[in-house]
Design a protein around this ligand. Structure first.
Ligand code: 5MM
Length: 339
């Protein structure tokens, strides 16, 4: 695919009032979610849960894409329809998680490195055939007195660059996700410094490695004080810091930027997204949401693994999507949560 087509494909994920659902939990993470609601950790329960999400009526009003895990992109509904066909029929573009998770970064205590490059091009070719038009790779950075180290930032950035180059060769838009963790006692200012540094380095390496910045999407953390910091950042503070970081560290020609929720409550994630959207016109690229936990927590709770709760769970999903859709337009008001 030409650079122009990759850019057009990246841009097609950004439509007013729409975002991306991150339903790409690995088996381990999905089992943790099922365990939290007392549901057996079985392949069939994971399939039923994904079926509930992908078949929920009217989600296409709020979604341009859904990130899937390897098992889901191959899975089917009760009547044998592949999940990807269900999504494509609704105009929702399948995105595939292609990293193979993180492992200890030897020599750098407390830090992790993302794996999954071996055989990646062949996997991407297969995913393209299965219907994926974008692929996601997540690197993780934690903030502490001594982290993230330069070595962890560089090693992860080189892996992100190689993955992005392979995606583009396979006509797939890379969604590069350098997540700076919310967990920790760091201040908002520290989060801003670290996120600016990580993004600047990563984009330097992506450019040096000759990847096409116009044909990729950045998936990033919002900039906020750590979960254990004495003071919770206000939406206005989060928005100002996030927009400053994006404005200074992200090349203006990038295809677009999406936000992860990172373990914030669903309400905070929506409020912060809303505040960011109000400042977004100052940025040279489009932005939207790509939440997992901040969309899925209320759905899992409403479902509880019971057949008779599916409709309620799908309504909970639609409600969260609608709230985030409003936030994407800067029109969210917490009073709408009950209305
Ligand atoms: C759904 O979680 C994704 C996969 O994580 P694991 O490999 O740990 O199972 C994750 O990459 C997700 O897409 C993003 O981090 C955004 O999720 P949140 O919950 O932060 O919005």
């Amino acid at each position: 695919m030409s650079s122009t087509s990759l850019h057009a494909c990246a841009r097609s994920f950004f439509k007013e009032g729409k975002g991306i659902l991150a339903a790409d939990e690995s088996t381990k993470t999905m089992n943790k979610r099922l365990r939290s609601i007392g549901v057996p950790e079985e392949p069939e329960m994971r399939r039923k849960y994904r079926q509930l999400l992908f078949t929920a009526p009217n989600i296409e009003e709020y979604l341009t894409g859904t990130i899937m895990y390897d098992s889901s992109i191959r899975n089917k509904t009760d009547d044998g329809t592949p999940f990807v066909d269900v999504l494509i029929a609704k105009g929702i573009i399948p995105i595939i998680k292609v990293d193979k998770s993180t492992t200890e970064h030897t020599g750098f205590p407390g830090e992790v490195i993302t794996e999954g490059l071996d055989g990646l091009f062949e996997r991407l070719e297969e995913y393209y055939e299965l219907g994926a038009r974008a692929a996601k790779w997540r690197a993780v950075f934690s903030i502490s007195e001594n982290t993230p180290t330069e070595q962890t930032i560089l090693a992860n950035s080189f892996a992100l660059a190689r993955y992005a180059a392979l995606c583009q060769k396979a006509n797939i838009v890379p969604m590069v996700e350098p997540e700076v963790l919310f967990k920790g006692a760091h201040s908002l200012q520290k989060a801003e410094e670290v996120t600016t540094y990580v993004l600047t380095k990563m984009f330097e390496i992506l450019a040096w490695y000759k990847t096409d910045i116009t044909g990729m999407i950045l998936k990033t953390s919002m900039v906020l004080a750590g979960s254990e910091h004495e003071k919770e950042s206000s939406p206005e503070e989060v928005a100002a810091a996030t927009v400053r970081v994006l404005g200074s560290a992200v090349p203006k020609e990038v295809g677009g930027v999406v936000f992860l929720s990172g373990g914030q409550t669903w309400q905070r994630a929506t409020e912060n997204l809303n505040a960011i959207s109000n400042l977004e016109p100052t940025l040279p690229f489009p932005t939207t949401f790509s939440f997992s936990r901040a969309i899925e927590e209320p759905i899992l709770e409403a479902w509880g693994g019971k057949e008779e709760n599916i409709e309620n769970a799908q309504q909970a999903m639609l409600h969260r999507l609608k709230m985030n859709s409003l936030a994407e337009k800067g029109e969210y008001d917490p009073s709408l949560e009950n209305g």
